[in-house]
Design a protein around this ligand. Structure first.
Ligand code: ZN
Length: 173
């Protein structure tokens, strides 16, 4: 068997068949970035090493280590914001104990003011309930929420009746 004359310099870190990092670029930022990656690469195996190879290749391709680093950090940040594993309706991400769904509400007539009649699903550990902004926030079960919805629906009829009354007054001016 012929002796292999492996040409493994300090930055030729891919003896298993990957393309070796090439650090001959004139751009010293690129050279430094690849050297740093090479240090990490030495201690990495498996997917971690593969990722470093891809990052190194991208830095070589673009010649812009800062842009590549920013892109990688953004992707890693996105990956950290994982979806809630407890409730499909929860909008929480990452580690959290207070599960909360999206809020539904009615925009105020004056857009500068807060919306009203807000409601959302929430689970603080004792099971899901609906929070309803009924002057003060109330925790309701599904039957309680339906009862409030019925009252609000009836109230809409009364609002319409009130509007009819006002329209008659306006017309008589
Ligand atoms: Zn959650």
């Amino acid at each position: 068997m012929m002796a292999q004359t492996a040409n493994i310099g300090p930055l030729d870190l891919t003896p298993t068949g990957h393309e070796a990092y090439i650090v001959s670029e004139a751009n010293s930022d690129v050279t430094n970035a690849l050297a740093k990656l090479g240090e990490f690469r030495k201690d990495s195996t498996g997917p971690g090493a593969e990722i470093l190879d891809i990052v190194a290749a991208e830095i070589r391709r673009t010649g812009d280590p800062t842009a590549v680093t920013d892109q990688v950090l953004t992707l890693m940040g996105n990956a950290a914001r994982t979806e809630c594993e407890t409730h499909t309706w929860c909008t929480g991400t990452g580690e959290h104990d207070a599960h909360m769904g999206a809020t539904i509400d009615i925009p105020a007539p004056d857009p500068q003011e807060k919306p009203y009649l807000g409601a959302y699903l929430i689970d603080l550990g004792g099971g899901a309930v609906a929070g309803l902004d009924a002057g003060t926030w109330q925790d309701l079960d599904s039957a309680g929420l339906r009862a409030e919805a019925a009252k609000i629906r009836a109230h809409c009829d009364r609002l319409d009746a009130l509007a009819d009354q006002l329209a008659a007054i306006e017309a008589s001016k």
